[in-house]
Design a protein around this ligand. Sequence first.
Ligand code: ATP
Ligand code: MG
Length: 555
Amino acid sequence: MEELKPKSLNFLEEIVQADLAAGKYPQGIFTRFPPEPNGYLHIGHAKSICLNFGLAQEFGGKTNLRFDDTNPITEETEYVESIKKDVAWLGFSWANELYTSDYFETLFQYAVQLIEKSLAYVDDSSAEEIASQKGTPTAPGVPSPYRNRSVAENLDLFQRMRAGEFPDGAKVLRAKIDMSHPNMHMRDPFMYRIRHVEHHRTGNAWCIYPMYDFAHGQSDSMEGITHSICTLEFDVHRPLYDWFIEKLEIFPTHQYEFARLNLSHTVMSKRKLLQLVNEKIVHGWDDPRMPTISALRRRGFTPASIQNFCERIGVAKRDNLIDISLLEFCIREDLNKSANRYMAVLDPVKLVITNYPEGQTEDLLIENNPEDESTGKRAVPFTRELYIEREDFMVDPPKKFFRLGPGLSVRLKGAYIIQCESFELNEDGTVKEIHASYIPESKSGQDTSGIHVKGTIHWVSIPHAEVAEVRLFDRLLIVEDASELGDDFMKFINPESLQVLDKVYVEPALKEAQVEKAVQFMRKGYFCLDKDTQDGHLVFNRTVTLKDTWAKQQK
Ligand code: ATP
Ligand code: MG
């Protein structure tokens, strides 16, 4: 018998396994996914979702969905709803739906405790003054003149900040740590700032808002999060995360960092994605060219393909760039097994079968999915006049062209072998119409003709054809790695990322296609019906081509 090899664990799985083995968490582990509701989730977030929910599933634990809503300026309820939809669609259920804003009162009390311990103070300095006092990584900072205010004065001022007595920017609450600490985040970081803005959940109840560093760890602690997983850039925040928890003497949660996912030919920050939406480079957050979960769903990606992608890229400790073709490979692999096959002609030219009776329709039975017999067969109407793909005919074909040309024979998928007799040209020299004869004994499945042909092409019966619009997508950016480009990424937008074909002919069964459920257009790729389909006007998105054509083009 084959030996069962244990699956190799990533570094986070190793940590969890060791913690459990040491008996640290008899109740099981607790993780959380903490998005800020300031945009739609992207594939990078999917990585974090799969990791957090995946660890809890694997080791027996739970995962909270916590909206990190401490910045009222950029956050909206629309984003909250989209995030919930996306996480659920990816296939995960959260133990609790929570909001950092629900902790505002507790966080305020925590801040009061730190003031009482002389570990926090109200600073009247301007943002510029504070920045200039911060020092540099090699030079120590200068203490603020307000650093030694009495506990009583700090308590009074902090209460009055809350009461709305001061305008934005007039005061901040800072932790009193060490102005010469080698880690700049430990040089008396901000805990609270004044912002007279309405919050999407708390309305006008608050005009002071906690900073990320003061809110995040305390929220983790309140929820009893055992493994707080975030991306590498928070590595330098960890000493501060630990400092607050230690000084407040609350549940000791631990932060672990992993490398964020960077994907080629796209950008992956909500702020940049919002810029693409606002500047109308794309038609919204779910434009199928976007790397958002909602765009991938609209484009025909499945939750399984995204989970599989996240599994394959693994969990790294160092930043790297993943080629977008790996994501495409994952959806192709999934759809090859699950998508039904149909015929659609993207660039049509008319083919007349001269010896086929006029007015006759034959229902040919074609397998829905050769990879899955249980999907059965469907009837596809065959008639004398068909559309075929323009590229499947050549007036002057080279030797190894196994499709149609004068005198050449080919099989029509699921139907008959035909031989080309003649063709007509338009005035501009393009092919207008092709004439061929069919061999009645060559019917697929009951072929007694003894003729062997090398090529098979797809077709659609003209009287039965449905016209459709098809949208083809390409890379959003023409540059591979945009992660270091900053705002310059806008200079690298691919002007040909969207191509619209407005006269595609598809077989009648595709009238029943469902939005977001991908099907295969034989020889052409995977496609799915778009939500823009209306009143019989079919719109399809190409999910992905059948083969990786991008790598070839680049050579
Ligand atoms: P963005 O810059 O896109 O807004 P963010 O990190 O600010 O990203 P949050 O909403 O704060 O977004 O993130 C929620 C969680 O998702 C965090 O734990 C964050 O570390 C994680 N995350 C965000 N982007 C990525 C990424 N590219 N790869 C892996 N995890 C990510
Ligand atoms: Mg953010």
